[in-house]
Design a binder for this molecule. Structure first.
Ligand code: FEO
Length: 137
């Protein structure tokens, strides 16, 4: 289960709220793999992927706008990671989702878990102190 904990906070409230969205999408994917393999999950998977794509716009743009505003030193490498996330979502959307529903769901779950661990809990959390010093919470 994807469960948000206060210790995951980046210390920037708006970004924490947006990060929680990924946890909820992860749980929706877990529901897919926990229900019958024979059921049709195509619409659920497409919906999650579409929401992830929207997330790459509103969340990444929000983070990057604040980084640009304060000239965050690690902005370029951070932006590169965001581009990779979008590329992964596009790659999954280009696959034959209908005939590989469970495999794609598992791939996406692994990707999200890895992203939470290595991006949100590490790379994102590195900006907390920097933004706090600029008066952003
Ligand atoms: Fe919260 Fe850098 O994505």
């Amino acid at each position: 289960m994807f469960k948000w904990q206060d210790s995951f906070s980046s210390n920037v409230n708006v970004f924490d709220e947006q990060h929680k969205k990924l946890f909820s999408l992860g749980n929706r994917l877990l529901d897919v793999v926990h229900t019958s393999r024979d059921a049709d999950h195509y619409d659920d998977i497409i919906e999650v992927l579409d929401e992830l794509k929207a997330y790459t716009v509103y969340h990444f743009n929000a983070e990057e706008a604040l980084m640009e505003k304060y000239n965050y030193p690690k902005m370029m490498s951070h932006k590169m990671q965001h581009r990779k996330f979008l590329a992964k979502v596009e790659e999954l959307l280009s696959k034959d989702i209908n005939t590989n529903q469970i495999d794609i769901t598992l791939e996406l779950l692994t990707f999200l878990a890895d992203w939470i661990q290595n991006h949100i809990l590490d790379i994102d959390n590195q900006y907390g102190e920097f933004f706090n010093e600029q008066g952003e919470y």
